[in-house]
Design a protein around this ligand. Sequence first.
Ligand SMILES: NC(=O)c1ccc[n+]([C@@H]2O[C@H](COP(=O)([O-])OP(=O)(O)OC[C@H]3O[C@@H](n4cnc5c(N)ncnc54)[C@H](OP(=O)(O)O)[C@@H]3O)[C@@H](O)[C@H]2O)c1
Length: 295
Amino acid sequence: MQDKPLKTVLIVGCGYIGGRVAALLAAEGHDVSAVVRSRQSAEKLAESGAMAVCADLDRLPTDVDWGCQAADIYYFAPPPIEGQQDLRMRAFLASLPASLSVRRFVYISTSAVYGDCHGAWITETQPLQPTTPRGWRRLDAEQQLQAWCEKQAAQWMILRVPGIYGPGKLPLERLRKGTPVLRETDAPYTNRIHADDLAAICIAAMQSSSCNQVYNVSDGHPGNMTDYFFRVADAAGLPRPPEVSREEAQTVLSAGMLSFLNDSRRMDNSKLLQQLGIELRYPGLDAGLQHCFGN
Ligand SMILES: NC(=O)c1ccc[n+]([C@@H]2O[C@H](COP(=O)([O-])OP(=O)(O)OC[C@H]3O[C@@H](n4cnc5c(N)ncnc54)[C@H](OP(=O)(O)O)[C@@H]3O)[C@@H](O)[C@H]2O)c1
């Protein structure tokens, strides 16, 4: 396997982050094939210069054509919404023909694989103890990918990503509705990354001279989730949402939101910054929100 990044790139799951990665790579002169599920997303992609491949990982045909012979693969498709396994990752890996030569995978996983760390600072050596099916599915995907790469002598990079925010990806709808948040003193630690920084990190991971590594991806400034909603509300000129106790939260918040409130951890991003040589454009929420609101 050669170590130099290939010019042909396959982005599996080319949405909010994939679109940014595709645009950056197209500008560097790469040939980008991008997998999406819907025709609508495929049409949108065509405008960015990427070649869209429309395929549903839940229903792959046996003879799917990924549109390339050799590729660096960015895998950004989310797992299914149920179960403890990532059957989409399984189907995708099984669909890769022996004739397709893969140099390296970059996979966006999530920090949910660590489970609840009771607010502790954690590095990549933290034991993996997911507390939600969402976390287990991601751990399953990480393990499938590593096993496949070992068998095929391909390289991998796993990015454990926390909350992604950026233009068009802020909880404004929720704030407009006045959906309550957990009382700040009860709110768990959360970590964040701006979408533009994440896109640059994905490319750095693909082009790095190191490989087969896991990285915590974060802007290095964890905060609590309530403070996040307050700061977004302030930046958007919206009223701050009402605070509720943990007990009240059980009745007024969605199961999805509650699952995020049970894990608390602070991600140490030193390995990311040092080993991949990343200089974050938005190393804190204030800078990131200023960018989102065009200030
Ligand atoms: N949001 C967060 O805070 C957060 C945190 C950590 C990790 N992540 C993960 O980061 C990754 C990238 O996020 P993103 O914001 O770029 O996601 P996104 O905008 O929702 O994009 C997901 C892409 O995957 C495609 N896709 C979904 N299901 C598919 C299927 N069954 N078959 C084929 N393609 C499918 C979608 O295609 P269509 O558009 O055609 O449906 C879309 O192109 C995702 O895995 C996400 O779960 C997100």
